[in-house]
Write a new protein. Structure first.
Length: 290
């Protein structure tokens, strides 16, 4: 009888579990279902753009093959990819991309360095605003491409005129958004900083510029996209390299897949610029509550 009871006790362990074991298991069991919706949201956030882009590319591939559009003027996406790979293989695509990116980065950097201090000065000091506003308003309402012949006549057909055009196109979006961002800073933040004894330089560094970062970066992103578009247009008329030149030369030689490969390259460059700027903005705006 005692041996039978020992066998039953051995098969059913009646000893208490170590302290905390049951609680940890219960916590993990509750935590697992809570994690799944978050993972699903992240997957959907990443997958939704991919689905839309895949659908667009599938339509692009199918429309010429089904005869919905003329395949001569809109080749299938696979033909464009093949043309792009050939341009990569022979080095032409890299030559044109590097030329356009170099021009745009130089011009955009000059516009950035010039526009932010001028915008801060106009927003913060009334005499500066009254002195510069009439001239800035005049040029702000003049399209950059309308001044392309002027830049070419004054600066020549070389690199200087194209970089100057990029500076002109990128300057005003950054300037206007900097002015807006500085002027809309919460006055209570400024008064609090002044009451704490902040010097003007420290006030700009710790209060004004951080609060104006979102507005400034809106202008920076607008300037980046606008400067690329203006540069591509300038390269179509007076250049021997660059993505604008590649598109125009391919169109004139009726190399239609090469033309579309250049257009896709422009889109990828623009997406890269925007992605880098968004990452920088998030890093500089980590103090903000979301």
């Amino acid at each position: 009888m005692s041996s039978a009871l020992q066998l039953v006790e051995a098969s059913i362990d009646l000893r208490p579990e170590p302290a905390g074991t049951g609680d940890a298991t219960y916590t993990e069991t509750r935590r697992a279902p809570a994690v799944l919706p978050a993972v699903a949201r992240i997957a959907w956030r990443i997958g939704k753009p991919a689905i839309v882009i895949a659908a667009f590319l599938a339509l692009w591939e199918a429309a010429p093959r089904l005869g919905l559009v003329d395949e001569v003027f809109l080749p299938p996406f696979s033909a464009v990819v093949q043309a792009g790979l050939e341009l990569i293989r022979n080095g032409q695509l890299w030559e044109h991309v590097s030329a356009s990116v170099t021009r745009s980065l130089i011009g955009f950097s000059i516009a950035l360095v010039a526009a932010i201090p001028v915008g801060v000065a106009i927003a913060w000091y009334r005499p500066v605003a009254e002195f510069l506003s009439p001239v800035l308003e005049l040029f702000r309402n003049t399209a950059a491409l309308a001044l392309l012949p002027v830049f070419i006549l004054i600066l020549g057909i070389g690199e200087t005129s194209k970089i100057a055009l990029v500076v002109y196109a990128g300057f005003f979006p950054i300037l206007l958004n900097t002015i807006s961002g500085v002027r809309t800073v919460d006055p209570l933040l400024v008064k609090s900083a002044v009451s704490l004894g902040f010097s003007p330089l420290r006030l700009f560094q710790k209060v004004i510029l951080p609060a104006a970062v979102p507005s400034i970066f809106t202008g920076i992103r607008m300037a980046a996209s606008g400067s690329i578009l203006v540069l591509i247009a300038a390269e179509m008329f007076g250049a021997r390299s660059g993505l604008g030149y590649l598109i125009t030369a391919a169109q004139q030689n009726f190399q239609i897949p090469d033309m579309y490969a250049g257009i896709v390259a422009i889109a990828l460059v623009g997406l890269t610029y925007n992605g880098v700027l968004v990452a920088i903005e998030r890093r500089l705006s980590r103090w903000r509550t979301h």
